[in-house]
Design a protein around this ligand. Structure first.
Ligand SMILES: [Zn+2]
Length: 185
């Protein structure tokens, strides 16, 4: 994975790499192996670019992330917390995963809603919280993001893979209580 960070945020690169790993998006991307049109250039692994913070007017709806051919771009504003940008990162990881592993679905359906559900569930699995304002500055992580949290995220990604590809658009995060019962029982 390659990171390009033009923002003032300190990126949790190790965590992000582990999240990408849980989605099997670390290493050479499947789409880059058969890249006849040269869409990937010389870098065959996932690239993550975080742009410089830009001012946004209050209440304005803006793009916070995008994905195209192995490249995730994030567009923070000066209020964004690392936790919020991580939630957006997970959303884009989901697009990347569908594009790399289920490309027919990627090209024929709108996958933003399921990506958002997955991002919210993934963020929660990591122990993330949203403040009452629900704005980009109110997202927080626990002070110590332990490996146990990443394990929770991995379990979620595994659940997602198990449902694919038929259940893609209808995927919802499993009830965590059920999942725990299964793991413990
Ligand atoms: Zn989207």
């Amino acid at each position: 994975m390659r990171f390009m960070n033009s923002s003032t945020l300190v990126l949790p690169k190790l965590l992000w790499s582990q999240l990408a790993g849980a989605m099997k998006l670390d290493g050479i991307l499947p789409g880059a192996k058969s890249d006849e049109l040269g869409m990937y250039g010389t870098v065959k692994s996932l690239r993550v670019t975080v742009r410089r913070e830009r001012q946004v007017r209050k209440g304005q709806v803006v793009t916070t992330g995008s994905y195209t051919y192995g490249h995730v771009t994030l567009y923070p504003c000066p209020n964004c917390s690392v936790a919020f940008v991580t939630q957006v990162f997970i959303h884009e990881l989901m697009h990347a995963w569908i594009h790399q592993y289920h490309s027919p679905l990627y090209s024929k359906s709108d996958t933003c809603e399921v990506a958002e559900r997955f991002a919210n569930a993934g963020f929660k699995a990591l122990g993330g919280k949203r403040g009452s304002l629900k704005n980009c500055g109110s997202y927080t992580f626990p002070t110590r993001l332990s490996l146990a949290r990443v394990f929770e995220f991995r379990a979620l990604a595994a659940n997602l893979r198990a449902e694919m590809p038929t259940g893609l658009l209808a995927w919802h995060a499993p009830d965590p209580r059920i999942r725990h019962a299964r793991l413990e029982g």
